[in-house]
Design a protein around this ligand. Sequence first.
Ligand code: PLP
Length: 381
Amino acid sequence: MNFASQKLETLAIHAAGGPDPATGAVTAPIHLSTTFERSAAGDYPGGFVYTRQGNPNRDALERTLAALEGGAEAAAFSSGSAAASVALRSLLRPGERVLVPDDMYHGIRRLLVEALVPWGVSVSRVDMSDLAAVERSLTGDTRLVWVETPSNPLLKVTDLAAVVRLARAAGARVLCDATWTPGRMLPAFELGADLVLHATTKYLSGHSDVLGGAVIARTAGEAFERIRFLQRCEGAVPSPFDCWLTLRGIKTLPYRLRGHLENAAAVASFLEADRRVAQVYFPGLPTHPGFDVARRQMRGFGGMLSFRPQGGEAGAAGVAAGVRLITRATSLGGVESLIEHRASVEGPDSATPRDLLRLSVGLEHPDDLIADLDRALAESR
Ligand code: PLP
């Protein structure tokens, strides 16, 4: 099958393959077996040996993830954080440096500080929306630039193609954590990234019911082989059922994304126009400092936004307490809208403003979401 010519909606449904050749089942069976029979001649006719190394469901998921992103290879993991850990340890050696954004998913920042730094890797942080600062930070020992755009939770926008040019000139690879921009909403490989990471826990699976992660490589080669080696050796892989659930979610991804984008834009416009809100962070608002770059490099502005209600931390707590339709919970990318007080989720070392609420805009009707926020804003005063 020539996937290169097919559109996202088609790939999401068909890249995993057609009906099961053994039974004709239209929906793929779940292969729970951990081990596969070897022939008398000593080979493995089905191509699988042992599930830590490879499994039909994981294989189908990896093929689909590579096709969706437009990459050559994909490796699936048991969480986005496991994918990040393997990627960092595969792409860096002790004595080398990684450049990361000053605003990024706090779990990966903590992984860097608590696990990679003691291993001998140096970490530099920079505001990646400032290209001059990025250029100054690319020291001779920098081997990897980690990009997250829009960033979590401040929605800062990085000009990916420009950062790739700077990184290349400095001899560093670029990995883009595209968890917030799946389905080529940010065409990271077209913009030059070497690797893409996803927490498939979020939009790709899309129903808040399965953890997972993936690393996808633009080209096959030595960097991806190291990732594949650690994946198979360590076995932080999704179970066959997790792979199956994630693939089921992916089938509707392009259509779910349309709803997320539309709803987030409507909610962001409502919040920006409301005097009870001090600030809204959403790259689709023309007032956002990253609007022009986001409009140029993204297809849609995403389903995530953050905002700071008037009244400081107490005001934010009041709004979070007042919502009835939106659920107070961490995470994102599911069909249901989630709101969270990000600083307290991130812990005592968080630099996130104490009055900031992060909103993962779900697929409820936008009028109902706006009515819920409107009432919570009124009640918190
Ligand atoms: N990357 C980003 C941008 C995230 O938001 C998250 C989780 O929220 C992760 C990675 C980690 O994913 P997981 O929770 O599956 O480990």
